[in-house]
Structure formats: C-alpha cells, structure tokens
Write a protein that binds this ligand. Structure first.
Ligand code: OGA
Ligand code: MN
Length: 299
C-alpha cells in the first residue's frame, strides 16, 4: 500500500510502495492529500518516461508550456547536443546557474506555477542536489513586528531582474520569461488557495516593493529570505537517476546546488500552471526591471 513518510524537516514526505504510471484514483487521493499537507513529495526510483511524467503532472492541472507550445517536459541540462558539457558563456548555462538562487517557478509570468515535477536522468558524481525551503513554516516563525510590517506589501517579480542581480544579463526577449515589461506584482504574504495557510512569497525574482526605496526593499527581501531558508525548514534532495521530486510553488522555494560543471547533469522538468483564480496577476506597463541592468554589461 502507498506509504507516506514525512521528512525530518517542516516540509516534504517520501512516497513509496507506488508506481506513478499505475497510480489508482485511491492512491492519487493519498498523494494529493500528502502534497497539501507536506508541500513537497519525493518518489524514489520511478524512472518515468517523458510522457509518464507529464501525465502525472496533468493530475495536478494544466501543464505550463515552457518553450514551444508542443513541449510538455523540458530538459534542465548542461549537456550540449554533441554530449559534452556547456561552457559558461552560454545563455542556457546562465539560466541553470540562476537556478542556484532560492526561487519559485514562473512568479515572473502573469500566471505563476502551481507544481514543478523534476526527475533525475543523469546525475553528477557529487553535488547537484535540489534544495527546498518551507515558506509556510518561515511565515509562522516571523515575529509580530515583521508580520505587521509586511502584511500589506507586495513585490514585483522578474526573471530579467533576478538574472541581472546575479550578474547575468540578456537581450530582451532572449528565452523564456526574459521580458522587461509587465512584471507581475505579488503580495509578500500568500494565502494558500487550498489549505488557507499563510506563507512568505519571496525569492530571487522578487525585486521591488511599491512605496519603498529600492535599497530598503532589496534589504528587506534579502533579510526575509536569509531568515526563511534555514533548518528545520530546508531539505536537500541528493538525486539518484530515476528519482522524482515535486513541490508546491505557492508555498515552497527551491534552488539547485552547484556541482562540477564539467560533469553532466540532466533533469527533466514538468511544470503545472497555477489556477488563474489564485495565481494570475494582471500586469501593467512597467519599466522597473530595466533599472537593474548595468548599462555596460547588456550583451
Ligand atoms: C527548475 C529548477 C533546480 C534543479 O527546474 O526550475 O530550479 O535542481 N531546478 O535543477
Ligand atoms: Mn526553478
């Protein structure tokens, strides 16, 4: 029978005694309840095909089309078509390195992500973990003064701005999500649409708070993030090929961990779009993201 074993942190559970492609509706009921309770699930040793992984994703909702409209699963990989590792100058490589900052997926798009499902295809000999952090527990741990301070604040989210902050700049429109206009404005305190639990909605893509000077806003966002992403609220998954891990982007942050970039690391990502009722933000004209691009390094 499907077994749910909570991880030794505030988030996450390991799900065993189940084969994802053969999941019954009764098993799905258990899995979905565990997802809402724990925010992240680890399924060791599943070895899913592309299609099995996206079919599983469809249990949660509509698949977010990442690069072209037909693709449901995307490779998160440093491998070039010729089999060798990408070099550091490639845009895709900078996107991968960008993933090493705590973030939530697609918060910079009008419709933010609900669930991300990663499966490990090729893993490096060491490093390359994926780390998760529980923003429900992080909110619970805030003192009353901070809770009051942030209660009505919101931040703009932009991949363009977050990559610029990390020292990676791009030509506008170069790749998924690299727009400089219309950054979505999202409240810092998010109420989960299903559980009603409050969580901190922050991460590297958050970059500006209306009504606050930029340096003060960035310092606040950095301080909140530093305090939030600490034990016992974090879990680092050490991948074995065939493992599947998913998380609820509405309340869990994640980041990739470094490894020897001469080695190959290939993950497969299926991203489930948020429900418009809770994850869609109407964006307006906005020049804010440009302000973070150092004028000399835009290449
Ligand atoms: C992602 C991501 C982390 C990793 O695919 O969105 O952030 O460990 N991946 O590869
Ligand atoms: Mn990500």
């Amino acid at each position: 029978m499907v077994t749910v074993t909570p991880l030794e942190t505030t988030l996450g559970a390991r799900i065993t005694e189940i084969k994802i492609p053969e999941m019954t509706n009764d098993e799905w009921t258990v899995v979905e309840a565990a997802f809402h309770e724990h925010g992240a699930l680890v399924f060791p040793d599943q070895h899913l095909t592309d299609e099995e992984q996206s079919t599983f994703g469809e249990r949660f909702g509509d698949i977010e089309m990442l690069r072209d409209g037909s693709q449901k699963a995307v490779a998160i990989s440093n491998q070039k078509p010729d089999g060798t590792a990408m070099d550091a100058e490639e845009t895709r490589f900078k996107t991968l390195r960008g993933n090493e900052g705590w973030h939530t997926d697609s918060s910079y798009m009008p419709l933010a992500a609900k669930v991300s499902i990663l499966s490990a295809q090729v893993v490096p000999s060491s490093g390359g973990e994926t780390e998760l952090a529980d923003m429900r527990a992080a909110y619970d741990a805030l003192d009353e003064v901070t809770r009051e301070r942030i209660a009505d604040l919101a931040a703009y989210h932009s991949l363009y701005a977050s990559q610029a902050k990390a020292g990676y700049t791009f030509k506008t429109g170069e790749g998924y999500g690299y727009h400089t206009k219309g950054a979505p404005l999202r409240p810092l305190v998010k109420v989960h649409p299903v559980t009603g639990r409050k969580s901190l909605f922050i991460g590297r893509h958050a970059y500006r708070i209306p009504g606050m000077p930029d340096d003060e806003a960035q310092a606040l966002l950095d301080d909140l993030l530093d305090a939030a992403c600490k034990p016992p609220r974090t879990y680092a998954h050490q991948w074995k090929a065939g493992d599947v891990m998913l998380w609820d982007n509405r309340c869990i942050l994640h980041r990739a961990c470094p490894y020897d970039y001469n080695e190959i690391r290939v993950m497969r990502h299926v991203r489930v779009a948020g429900e418009p009722e809770s994850e869609l933000v109407v964006t307006g004209p906005d020049e804010h993201a440009d302000a973070f691009v150092p004028s000399t390094s835009n290449r």
